[in-house]
Ligand binder design. Structure first.
Ligand code: GLA
Length: 402
């Protein structure tokens, strides 16, 4: 355990005792599940395209003890005033207003439906250091954490590679059907399968993946949170997804191109489909198709150590998300615009679903403080409130710490 983890562990132990009473320390099990950034490949995981995410070193911590019944009693130190929430693994029901408990019970429910024994109850204290509503996947982080806890407690042995892939599918299913967000598989996959100092190049059509060393030489990734409250994200996300599906349906029905997803298409297809789509649908499709191609190029450039090319592709990705996919907004665009005028920054873009959340920038390691001051001041001037900065290397996927 490093210093930060030890500190969080102690906080969780205190939180446990405060809310559930004293227990012998030997009864504790301690887990960590990361958040993720996506280097490039945005809004294409539900289009059968390629994504290029990495797990990060901030995320969600969980301290548990095993119970002798099937109850889950859980509290989050991030929302401690809301008290302990309770569910029963033998009688899982979705309830309103329990917010994050649904992530936990949803995962348990899906694992059960997949034939796993999930019946051992537990007391859980959670703490997350992923900034709130940041688009760094705090929900997928809790979901994968839950699957790890359930696997460990019930001896399901899902900690190996095959098990982790299964966990990413089940947790995505839980998010889609229990929590109700129709997301792709990128977040859960990155969080379950993360590898220290590596990004994951994932083909979402086949789930074939490759670990690529996340080596930025003298540069580093800076994560910038817009601190914007993200409203309507669920409906706008669903709308984009639907528009992409509509395009596939239209071009198949008209017999222009036969395909199951936009991820199968390339730039030549764009000219073919253009006359048959209205402007909005064409631009949505153009984003999905070109973003997939950019992601493939970015992986090649990163392997070749061509960081300027990686940076250029990140910039192009942002512009496509801004102009064609329309998922950025003033806050993310301000970060992009300002970062682009900073000398030591070779590329920047929004990361995650957009509409707020976070951006990433590739910044020279000697100029990170200067970059933060520069972007921070300009952002406040234009947007009216502050953005925040985080540094993280690529880290491992979820695991039991103790
Ligand atoms: C969210 C979803 C992911 C992905 C991104 C956009 O993070 O959970 O599945 O679609 O948005 O790339």
């Amino acid at each position: 355990m490093n210093r930060q983890m030890r500190y969080i562990y102690k906080r969780l132990v205190k939180g446990y005792i405060r809310n559930f009473g004293m227990v012998d320390e030997s009864e504790f099990r301690f887990y960590f599940s990361p958040g993720r950034i996506n280097l490039i490949g945005e809004h294409i995981d539900y289009n059968g395209g390629h994504v290029f995410p990495a797990a990060i070193e901030i995320g969600t911590y969980g301290l548990i003890t095993k119970r002798n019944d099937s109850k889950v009693r859980a509290i989050s130190l991030n929302f401690e005033k809301f008290g302990v929430s309770e569910g029963d693994l033998n009688n899982i029901v979705k309830q309103e207003n329990r917010f994050w408990l649904d992530y936990i019970m949803g995962v348990a429910h899906v694992m059960k439906e997949n034939g796993f024994d999930v019946s051992t109850g537990f007391n859980l204290v959670l703490f997350g250091n992923i900034p709130n509503s940041s688009g760094l996947s705090s929900s997928a982080s809790i979901e994968v954490l839950t699957a790890m806890i359930i696997s460990d407690l019930n001896n399901l042995k899902l900690e190996d590679e095959k098990g982790r892939i299964e966990i990413s599918k089940m947790t995505q299913y839980a998010e889609n059907h229990f929590v109700g967000v129709n997301c792709g598989i990128m977040d859960q996959f990155a969080i379950a399968m993360g590898k220290k100092d590596h990004a994951i190049f994932l083909d979402t059509a086949t789930l074939e993946y490759e670990y690529v060393p996340f080596d930025l030489k003298d540069y580093t990734i800076v994560i910038i949170s817009t601190n914007k409250k993200r409203a309507l994200i669920k409906s706008k996300y669903g709308e984009r997804r639907q528009q992409c599906e509509d395009v596939v349906k239209t071009i198949n029905e008209l017999g222009i191109v036969k395909c199951e997803t936009l991820g199968e298409l390339n730039e030549e297809h764009l000219d073919l489909i253009r006359p048959h789509l209205d402007d909005i649908h064409f631009r949505r499709a153009r984003h999905a198709i070109t973003e997939n191609l950019r992601t493939i190029k970015a992986k090649k450039a990163l392997i070749e150590g061509n960081l300027l090319e990686v940076g250029k592709l990140l910039n192009e990705s942002h512009l496509s998300l801004r102009d064609d996919y329309e998922v950025t907004g003033l806050e993310l665009d301000t970060i992009f615009d300002v970062a682009s005028t900073f000398d030591g920054c070779i590329g920047a873009r929004m990361t995650g679903a957009g509409f707020g959340g976070c951006a990433i920038a590739i910044v020279h390691q000697d100029q990170v403080d200067e970059f933060a001051t520069y972007v921070g001041e300009k952002y406040k001037e234009i947007v009216g409130y502050e953005c925040s900065f985080y540094l993280s290397k690529a880290g491992d996927g979820a695991y039991r710490v103790l």
